[in-house]
Design a protein around this ligand. Structure first.
Ligand SMILES: [Mg+2]
Length: 483
């Protein structure tokens, strides 16, 4: 496959700019036009998980410590993270895009991709569609919700295109832009390609490859041997615009299960085991160089019917006798923090059953595995090349991991596991989370002025009604900001 074959513009990739900070600027007009950073923990040691463009101008980035952000930008507004609000806005964004084109895949809370049909592939039409999508998002989500849209023959290139113009970008990569020798991409670092991580980049650099142009100069078989497999060959074609499917791992899943000893057949016992099993599975996943797209939690309970002891062991959830649910992990997840977040959410869903019955068997499984190199890193894709951000990310991961792994206080760990921001995981709104309870604690600790305005809600009895009400309140908050 070479440049002789015309490659259609198959994919539209959309990436909201400075997502969490933009949502806060949207719902709090006083924050518009000023430097804003969002942080789950607003004390100096906390990390910023998003920075507005005004804050970025001062060098504040995702991963910057709150203390450092204040030093870089003394008048910065540090805002408590409100994950639930970001999910409500995310769903509005999906509805807005859907008025223009169906969303094919959600990659993270602020990234989606769509497949263009025959008519939409025509470059002028594709551009027009992108402009319409931007307009729909502005109308339904607010003027602060800007996005970068990339349109290209395949997803890796469409995603790259969203990074080429920010904020409010619109980049179309056509055949003639890709040739010769990488065309407009020739001078970009190879690491701009989502899926080429720091480790792979080191290997490429060792072979004298720094840019996409350098990649172009190598043969398919050279790239194959550099990657140690077919993925290298795929990159050979992807950078030339071929729409090849992503690599799927042959390996289906990695999971562990554990039968609880009688003395730990309790809510806390089951919880501790579930998180331990996840850590075990995730480290095996990383060791085997895979990434997971799905996480599931299954819990079986001691039989309430003595005539069929432990009957539900092998069939947790299937017959309504146990709990079994899964959560999406985005496009291919390797990091523990995201998985812990996801498990925290699943755990909250399991809680009503675990509280009323006696847990016996806990199992945690990572599904839909892909090769690590082929997984994209959506939220941090554009900043992955930045070593300081990667380091800060490690710090965040270590922080979440350490708190969950080593703290003696299970309750503390739970706060982190279920209340953290999910970087690549879009929580389902249909279930309880303890985020707001935690936020309120954080807010009172930090003396936050913003959350107080939203009105604190009771953390007790987070029933469906209450959640529905709080979502309605968040919707109302967004609605009000549109006027
Ligand atoms: Mg983004």
């Amino acid at each position: 496959m070479t440049g002789h074959i015309a490659m259609a513009l198959n994919t539209l990739f959309l990436d909201l700019n400075s997502y969490f900070a933009s949502v806060e600027q949207q719902v709090q007009p006083s924050l518009r036009g000023v430097p804003v950073a969002v942080a789950p923990i607003t004390s100096d040691s906390g990390c910023c998980i998003a920075a507005s463009y005004e804050a970025k101008a001062h060098g504040v980035r995702t991963g910057t410590r709150v203390g450092e952000a204040r030093r870089l930008c003394p008048n910065i507004a540090i805002v408590d993270a409100r994950p639930r609000l970001y999910v409500v806005m995310h769903n509005r964004m999906l509805r807005a895009i859907d008025t223009c084109i169906p969303v094919d895949e959600v990659h993270s809370i602020d990234e989606v991709s769509c497949v263009l049909d025959r008519v939409q592939r025509e470059p002028a039409r594709a551009r027009e569609l992108a402009v319409r999508i931007k307009g729909a998002i502005r109308a339904m989500c607010g003027e602060c919700m800007r996005c970068s849209i990339g349109i290209a023959p395949n997803r890796p290139l469409a995603k790259l295109a969203t990074d080429m113009q920010k904020p409010d970008g619109l980049v179309v990569l056509r055949d003639e832009d890709l040739e010769p020798g990488g065309g407009v991409l020739a001078n970009l670092s190879a690491q701009e390609l989502a899926g080429i991580g720091p480790k792979m980049m080191k290997r490429l650099e060792y072979a004298g490859i720094r840019t996409i142009g350098d990649l172009h100069a190598r043969s398919a078989s050279e790239l194959r041997s550099l990657w140690g497999g077919v993925l290298g060959e795929k990159w050979y074609h992807w950078i030339r615009g071929a729409d090849l499917p992503e690599a799927k791992s042959k390996k289906g899943s990695i999971g562990h299960q554990h039968v609880l000893a009688p003395e730990v057949r309790s809510v806390e016992g089951a919880r501790a085991v579930a998180f331990r099993l996840l850590l075990k599975a995730s480290s095996r996943l990383r060791h085997e160089k895979h990434a997971a797209r799905k996480l599931s939690l299954a819990i079986s309970f001691t039989s309430t019917d003595p005539s069929r002891p432990a009957a539900a062991w092998g069939s947790a959830g299937k017959d309504g006798d146990g709990f079994s649910e899964s959560a999406a992990l985005g496009d291919g997840c390797t990091d523990g923090a995201t998985m812990l977040d996801a498990l925290g959410v699943l755990w909250e869903r399991a809680l009503p059953l675990v509280r009323t019955r006696t847990p016996l068997l806990v199992s945690v499984t990572l599904h839909e595995l892909v090769r690590e190199e082929s997984a994209t890193l959506p939220l941090f894709g554009g900043e992955r090349k930045d070593a300081s951000v990667s380091k800060a990310m490690d710090t965040i991961n270590q922080k979440f991991g350490a708190n969950t792994l080593y703290t003696a206080n299970v309750h503390d760990a739970r706060q982190h596991a279920s209340g953290g921001i999910a970087f690549r995981f879009v929580p389902n709104l249909g279930h309880a989370d303890s985020v707001q309870a935690r936020q309120r604690e954080t807010a009172s600790e930090a003396g936050s002025r913003h959350l107080a305005k939203q009105g604190a809600r009771s953390s007790s009895g987070q029933g469906a009604k209450e959640r529905a009400r709080s979502d309605a309140e968040l919707e109302a908050l967004i609605e009000a900001s549109l006027r």
